[in-house]
Design a protein around this ligand. Structure first.
Ligand code: TYD
Length: 138
């Protein structure tokens, strides 16, 4: 388990017309959603992520298809397979993430707590390890 990260079962309404899944700020997630982006048209073998954030919180959903999210808090790694549009993976800040094994036609939907800001990224794993050790008093 990675502290601050968890799978969320999202409220879903299904009838004979299909499914409808709801995410509400302050109810399902503890941040105001300021940005939505999605990964799509992913070629076979595509790898995304490979970074952490100083402050950003996110909710990641397999809106279609499936993929794996490998989370790393600097000490442990946990792999989550997302394959259900009614389940979101909540990510706290200072968590290194790699997104791999995208199925054909998959769509990775991401809700984010802030606007895009390159200075919030930690793209250097050594810097990430340092930041996580400071946070955890190691
Ligand atoms: P990046 O976050 O590295 O993508 P991923 O983690 O999915 O591999 O972003 C890829 C590029 O897109 C990078 O140049 C930054 C840009 N970008 C934006 O301009 N706005 C955004 O909201 C996001 C997520 C990325």
């Amino acid at each position: 388990m990675i502290d601050g990260c968890r799978l969320l079962n999202l409220n879903s309404i299904v009838d004979n017309r299909g499914g409808l899944t709801i995410i509400e700020s302050g109810i399902d997630i503890d941040f105001d959603c300021k940005r939505v982006y999605y990964l799509h048209s992913l070629p076979t073998g595509s790898q995304r992520g490979g970074h952490a954030h100083y402050n950003l919180k996110q909710l990641i959903i397999a809106a279609s298809g499936s993929f794996d999210v490998v989370l790393d808090n600097g000490l442990n790694k946990v792999t989550y397979t997302l394959d259900n549009p009614n389940v979101g993976l909540y990510l706290s800040n200072l968590v290194w993430r790699e997104l791999i094994n995208f199925s054909e036609g998959s769509v990775c939907l991401v809700l984010a707590s802030d606007l895009y800001n390159e200075s919030d990224y930690i793209r250097d794993y050594v810097e990430f390890k340092y930041q996580s050790s400071v946070r955890n008093g190691r």
